[in-house]
Design a protein around this ligand. Sequence first.
Ligand SMILES: [Zn+2]
Length: 337
Amino acid sequence: MGFEEIVGQDLAIKALRRSLLRGEIANAYLFSGAPGSGKKSITNLFAQALNCGSEDPPCRNCLVCRKTISHNHPDVYHIKPQGTSIKIGQLREVKESLYYLPEESGKKICIIHDADLLTLPASNSILQILEEPPGDLVFMLLSSRPWALLPTIISRCVHFALLPLPPEKMSFLLKSHGFPTTEDSEIVIALAGGNPGKALHMSSGSGWEKSYEEAFSLVKDIEGGPVENIFVKAEELSKRDDLRELLEILLIIYRDRLIYKMNGCLDNVLIKKFLQLNNSRKEHKSCSEGKNFNLQENTFFLEKICRNILQLEGELFNNINKRLAIEVLFLKMRGAV
Ligand SMILES: [Zn+2]
């Protein structure tokens, strides 16, 4: 299996195959898309294909492909962030060898993961190389935040923006990985929002149901529980590594409440799940604290919270005080500000 194992991203795959066929390879490529969108899979296949000698590369079987897959190919360099950034020193370590001829025949490939974390000096070092690049050198930059890259770097790259997959492609992807279509898989597809990596992760773990129920309880606690919950939960969440995922599910919950409020739509597996949880809480009200969601709530309030969650998701990329930012969001969810 080569490029055909990639589900979706047809335009990018077609363009890469055409370049390989014609031998027209650029000096720099940028693959952008959310974490889980397939950047690494496509880059790894393309890196194999550049040096694989088979008729329809990559074959994934020859020594070149296998060495590339296991990160043992002497001409394929991987640069990843050390701590919170990719530093000039990391570029200096490899820069000289990028100008040497490949140790094996073919291309030298420098794959830069999370390229948006390049420091300014490191970015400038890449720009210097790209001004007069050795003919056999190919940079592959991966980024989930391409807007944070220097425009001068982007302009020198062939840019493939990986888009979310439509539900039918997601369903095909899950089936091809042995997950049949069930109500659960439909919920996974809805939660994953077109992100193949996320859908596979959710399907293979114990994951989504627990995460969804946790987010549901959190909203319930913040909106209707004791006010101290705001500060306790904000402190707790600010230390979590999966804060971004939790915010995404919170956003889905508020979006679904908004949709339900606007048109009473039940033709959505997630809204059904939400109502099911909400009703089960009503039945066991004596055992639970706080109120159930009022589904007749104000659309303005729901829309405002959606915007605030999106804003916080964006701010997480900056060096913000997470606890304080979450507290502000929670106060808004409670209708206090
Ligand atoms: Zn091969």
